[in-house]
Design a protein around this ligand. Sequence first.
Ligand code: GUN
Length: 284
Amino acid sequence: MAATILQGKEVAASIRAELAEEVNELKKQGLTPGLTVVLVGDDPASHSYVRGKEKGCAEVGIRSEIILKDAATTEAELVGIIEELNQNPNVHGILVQLPLPAHISETAIIEAIHPSKDVDGFHPISVGNMVIGNKTLLPCTPHGVIELIKRTGTEIAGKHAVVIGRSNIVGKPVALLLQQENATVTMCHSRTQNLQEFTQKADILVVATGKPHMIGKEHVKPGAVVIDVGVNRIESGKLVGDVKFDEVQEVASYLTPVPGGVGPMTITMLLKNTVLAAKAQAGL
Ligand code: GUN
């Protein structure tokens, strides 16, 4: 039977509607959640992502501000901007769009953001709290992946989840969050031998490799939930995932499309984190 297509766009829209209501209530109590995005340089993809974040904020009523800096901005200037934002009570979330120009250390910038305003969930304190299982701002894409799986009605506990990819931004945190949901988790990566032996055992398969169309139906256990985190622009200019959508659709029970699957969930989780950060800073 063909897989049900997991429309992240629709799930994201319903979560945004819930957030809009919550923001409306917070505004009545005098609290307007605020997000500041800092963008350095003129990478067109980054500009497009930032516009998406601005639009998302407007949709749910979050006050947003974009600080644009040219590519020659120094690391010290950027740290100075972040320190001001850390002190600004109207700014509840700070996001510095990555990648940064090569002369700026991403680690130094991430560490300059106060953890209470770290809506990306990238600060080592946020990561450490996530690992321990403390309440914290979770990284947006991994959190979006978990929400999508839950919305299928799939019970994660006890299932075998296989994650392909071990990046700090996706693979590692997705594996950890799945484990916290009581899945049995296997992590695979570029050096894994006999990948198919692992992926064929997966009830839940999360693919985050950045390699277009690397996963075919021979990798997938019939009835598996398959989440494709890949966004790859191929020569034709088309955006494709890491999964061969048409053939995996024949065997999976649920499958995310690219675009329109995980992507819309990422921004939605950023909006959710901004609301959570605002409430925590206001003591609500
Ligand atoms: N660039 C691409 N994805 C992301 C993200 O999730 N956060 C930040 N800060 N930059 C990005």
